[in-house]
Design a protein around this ligand. Structure first.
Ligand SMILES: *[C@@H]1O[C@H](CO)[C@@H](O)[C@H](O)[C@H]1NC(C)=O
Length: 434
């Protein structure tokens, strides 16, 4: 027993301890010498084939292409799901959407009402929460789409503020067809059935009143049927007129500030907000998640960028996103932060090729060589652009053909920020750079 405490033994023990600690401490402090700022940009429904740097020669995206030129372009970058809600849950948490329960068992796999009672569980660890733990100031500007309330309107239990974002300026929901008058409705497929119910109850009621003797119907049944028809018609009218007002809302932190929001200049306003956030935080590390509403339907673009290009308003919307990316990167340069800021750009899933509105308007978008698009389980649904740029650390113009995923972002960011990975999770995460 005494032999264990002799000086050589103790020395050996200390050495072993040092060796054990070495890899851990080097992994967590290697990047942490100077914490890099983080700017993550996610476009909605943008196809991998829509960008110049991925081979598109008819939409001009000079700012995004430049980002790829000075950084790394991922050619096999994958979303965890071909639909917004699950894909975004996975992106933020680094875990498959099924782990947080953010998947739909039925046909609808995303939230379609801001009043839905579900959302990203509060025990999930997002990269924003980890960033806060490292002293970062964090902001989500733009689309959230991961739930809002639990029990009551206004309890905001799923609000971005509860998932690590100090600032939220954006939409709790997604952009919808119903958000712009004249662009149809996401519920368009349901309306024919409602019309059948209205028509069927009306005509059977007439039949009951007119020809059927009392035992088979009579006025009571007729009246009942008329009431069912009237209720269905009322529901249709209420839904058709209120969906936009109730779901297309813009929030600043916990307050609704615009209802329904005006979309035309919304990307510009969000970009200004992003610029303002970066300016205010230029002296300390920040994480900005700029989550575009474009290029989801109903398609929109600011009037100053509208042109009669070959891809109509879709092309204009992509160019507006490109403008915003350029503005953000220019701001980083102006603030002298570019060298120490990771800039990342992706899309939440493939372009929505299969979507056609009830007026026959197609969504457009190109998923390159991949088959089909958003909300299908073909490759085109999950292939997304992935561009990373961090001048001091990442090589210029590197093209990476290894498969990478949205879910690699969280472990990559933790490495950059010097944050510990949430090791209590059941599925191990891995690094994307390193
Ligand atoms: C460029 O994008 C447009 C719009 O999505 C698409 O129609 C076109 O096919 C794309 N071009 C290429 C070469 O992928």
């Amino acid at each position: 027993m005494k032999g264990l405490f002799t000086p050589p033994c103790l020395l050996l023990f200390l050495l072993l301890l040092l060796l054990l600690l070495l890899p851990v401490s080097s992994a967590t402090t290697f990047w942490a010498k100077e914490k890099p700022n983080i700017v993550l940009m996610m476009v909605d429904d943008l196809g991998i084939g829509d960008l110049g740097c991925y081979g598109n020669n008819t939409i001009s995206t000079p700012h995004i292409d430049r980002l790829a030129q000075i950084g790394v372009r991922l050619t096999q970058h994958l979303a965890a799901a071909p639909l917004c809600t699950p894909s975004r849950a996975a992106f933020l948490t680094g875990r498959y959407p099924v782990r947080s329960g953010m998947v739909g068992l039925g046909r609808v796999g995303a939230y379609i009402f801001s009043a839905s009672s579900g959302g990203l569980p509060s025990n999930e660890v997002t990269f924003a929460k980890l960033a806060q733990g490292q002293g970062y100031n964090t902001a989500l500007i733009g689309k959230w789409h991961l739930g809002l309330n639990c029990e009551r309107a206004g309890d905001h239990c799923h609000h971005p503020a509860n998932h690590g974002f100090d600032l939220f300026y954006g939409t709790p929901m997604t952009h919808l067809r119903d958000c712009i008058a004249g662009h149809g409705s996401v519920f368009a497929q349901v309306w024919p059935y409602v019309r059948y119910v209205v028509a069927a109850s009306f005509w059977t009621a007439v039949l009951c009143f007119a020809c059927l003797p009392a035992p088979f119907g009579g006025w009571r049944v007729g009246l009942g049927l008329l009431l069912i028809g009237a209720a269905a018609a009322g529901l249709y009218l209420v839904f058709d007129h209120l969906i936009g007002a109730l779901n297309c809302v813009l929030m600043r932190d916990q307050q609704v500030v615009e209802k329904p929001y005006v979309s035309e200049d919304l990307t510009a306003r969000m970009t200004w907000e992003a610029v303002d956030f970066m300016e205010r935080n230029s002296g300390k590390p920040f994480l900005l998640f700029l989550s575009f509403l474009q290029v989801h339907t109903a398609l929109f673009a600011t009037p100053t960028l509208r042109e009669s290009g070959p891809h109509g308003i879709y092309g204009d919307a992509v160019r507006e996103v490109d403008w915003a990316v350029g503005f953000v990167v220019d701001t980083l340069e102006r603030l002298n932060l570019r060298g120490n800021t990771l800039v990342y750009l992706t899309s939440d899933q493939g372009a929505h090729l299969e979507e056609v509105s009830d007026q026959g308007e197609v969504h457009h978008g190109s998923n390159g060589v991949y088959k089909a698009g958003k909300s299908t389980n073909w490759e085109g649904g999950i292939r997304v652009p992935g561009i990373l740029s961090l001048p001091g650390l990442l090589p210029r113009g590197r093209v990476v053909d290894q498969p990478t995923s949205h879910m690699d972002l969280l472990p990559t960011l933790t490495a950059l920020m010097g944050a510990p990975l949430p090791y209590d999770r059941s599925d191990p995460a891995r690094w994307m750079i390193g």
